[in-house]
Design a protein around this ligand. Structure first.
Ligand code: CTP
Ligand code: MG
Length: 229
């Protein structure tokens, strides 16, 4: 079998501040989670899609997806992102070879992005979308003054999708303790800690995360011009 994909959509979207769970917020006429579901399900190699919902919002998530996409399961999430990922993994078919995790907050994901991350698994146990840092980085000193410049060579911003061999990511979550599930901010972080080799895959297209209202305005413009149906 091929890959199982998980969209983690269980966050509350506090910083966006709309009062709605972030995954249900609309941009360019569609909820963020629907943009993600369309892109992931259109990618070659993705055989099953699980959506992790804010607990109690499963029906609203199902309505947001409509019949655009065939979904294997919609399951309630946990109190942290990584607990939500764990819920998604548990709901996937047991026979998938690879597991790909994507944030509902990144609606600019494309089928090509998913395919290039999955392609990285031919050579490595994990592969993630990531972009090289382009700004000059400053370390803050006292009173908001610059202490010094940080060398940006070799620094990347981690994104999603993040894909792993199924046995590797299942093993990581089986042995994770509650503290790790509460504090890890992505699956790649859990992999690094275990010495799993994870490749950086530059998507070469915008893949920003909707966190604050200005991000939503930006993805609105980019989605309106996108070619996904
Ligand atoms: N997420 C999740 N379960 C949680 C927390 C986060 O599934 N308990 C998901 C979010 O739905 C999002 C992704 O993880 O797709 C990244 O999280 P973030 O951008 O922080 O989203 P929110 O937690 O919803 O936003 P905020 O922190 O502003 O409340
Ligand atoms: Mg959050």
């Amino acid at each position: 079998m091929g890959a199982g994909a998980i969209i983690v959509a269980a966050g509350s979207g506090e910083r966006l501040g709309t009062g709605l769970p972030k995954a249900l917020v609309r941009a360019a006429g569609r909820p963020l989670v629907a943009w993600c579901a369309i892109a992931l399900s259109a990618a070659r190699g993705v055989d099953a899609l699980v959506i992790v919902s804010p607990p109690g919002e499963e029906k609203a998530i199902a309505a947001a997806i409509g019949d655009l996409v065939r979904v294997h399961a919609i399951v309630p999430g946990g109190t942290t992102r990584q607990r939500s990922v764990a819920a998604g993994i548990a709901a996937l078919p047991t026979d998938v070879d690879a597991i790909l995790v994507h944030d509902a907050a990144r609606p600019l994901v494309t089928p090509a992005m998913v395919e290039s991350v999955l392609a990285g698994l031919a050579f490595h146990d994990g592969a993630i979308a990531a972009a090289p840092v382009t700004d000059t980085l400053k370390r803050e000193g006292a009173d908001g003054m610059i202490d010094r410049t940080i060398d940006r060579v070799g620094l990347w911003r981690a994104q999603t999708p993040q894909a792993f061999r199924a046995d590797v990511i299942r093993g990581m979550f089986d042995e994770a303790d509650p503290i790790e599930l509460d504090t890890a901010t992505d699956c790649a972080g859990m992999a690094e800690r275990r010495g799993v080799m994870v490749a950086l895959v530059n998507p070469h297209s915008p893949n920003l995360k909707v966190t604050v209202p200005a991000d939503l305005a930006l993805v609105e413009v980019l989605l309106a011009g996108s070619r996904i149906a």
